[in-house]
Design a protein around this ligand. Structure first.
Ligand SMILES: C[S@@+](CC[C@H](N)C(=O)[O-])C[C@H]1O[C@@H](n2cnc3c(N)ncnc32)[C@H](O)[C@@H]1O
Length: 259
């Protein structure tokens, strides 16, 4: 199969199919978190590292006033085109999630699937949390989902899944290349195998993540200040089933409430 070495985020149509199919559980969880954990009413919702905005346009359809940012201009263009296609303002913009501000405060920020771990440095992570805290009103939430590095058990190292829409099918694989817990770095290879009626090819990319143990995440949140941990959940997204984070926890959604 022909292989293209490229940035997977430069292919928003394929990305959106691969990561978009599980949107319902995340959407229901998010909208259940608003009344359960935020104080006051929720109208303005913001997604740092929004990518294609697969959740943003659905939240807009539900009546929320949405906005988002992403470093990748192709993802931003895709997101805005879809918002416009559904009759909403083009409110995604290109920016770095470690250095941004919003003209108007929001009630909720959310970042569901590890995008936060793309930030490679301690300073960047801290700056990101401070930017989010600065754009949230008091009692608002930052809903932050990521994979932790468990210290009491072996972390997962590979995952594969498949998604299709119409004539397009994408098989995805993600596997660990390197983990350096001292440097707090993890490198994964990721492939999209694309099948259409007329062609099939592979896109291959390398993705770097910063690692977080439960303790490292906890000290980051404490160090930034401005947030209290209102609750923690896992990627089952069951609003009736909060979890306690411990040394074996891997997937976690922090509900950070602005003080
Ligand atoms: C796994 S995707 C998630 C997209 C979206 N949040 C979702 O749930 O589908 C990660 C996104 O983070 C973006 N990203 C990575 N580093 C970033 C940064 N420093 N600032 C803004 N966006 C960034 C990438 O361009 C990519 O669109």
């Amino acid at each position: 199969m022909e292989t293209l070495n490229a940035n997977l985020y430069d292919f928003p149509r394929y990305y959106d199919l691969v990561f978009g199919s599980d949107w319902k559980a995340e959407f229901d969880f998010l909208t259940a978190c608003f009344p359960k954990h935020a104080t006051g009413s929720v109208t303005r919702v913001f997604e740092p590292a929004c990518g294609t905005g697969r959740l943003m346009y659905r939240l807009a359809k539900e009546g929320y006033d949405v906005s988002g940012l992403d470093l990748n201009s192709k993802a931003v263009a895709y997101c805005n085109k879809r918002l416009k296609g559904h009759g909403f303002a083009e409110t995604a913009f290109a920016a770095d999630m470690t250095d941004f501000h919003l003209d108007q405060n929001v009630d909720i920020a959310f970042n569901m699937i590890n995008s936060f771990r793309h930030i490679q440095t301690a300073e960047g992570a801290k700056s990101h949390l401070m930017c989010v805290a600065n754009c949230l009103r008091q009692g608002g939430l930052y809903i932050l989902g990521l994979h932790l590095t468990p210290t009491a058990s072996a972390p997962s190292e590979a995952e594969s899944w498949s998604a299709s829409r119409g004539n397009l099918c994408v098989n995805t694989s993600l596997w660990m290349m390197d983990r350096n817990l001292k440097k707090r770095e993890e490198t994964f290879s990721m492939t999209f195998d694309i099948y259409t009626p007329t062609k099939s090819f592979r896109i291959e990319d390398t993705i770097s993540f910063r690692t977080y143990t439960a303790d490292e995440m906890s000290s980051l949140v404490n160090n930034v200040g401005g947030f209290e941990v209102a609750a923690t959940y896992d990627f089952a997204y069951n609003i009736n089933h909060p979890i306690s984070v411990d040394a074996s926890t891997e997937d976690v959604v922090y509900i950070l409430r602005k003080r």
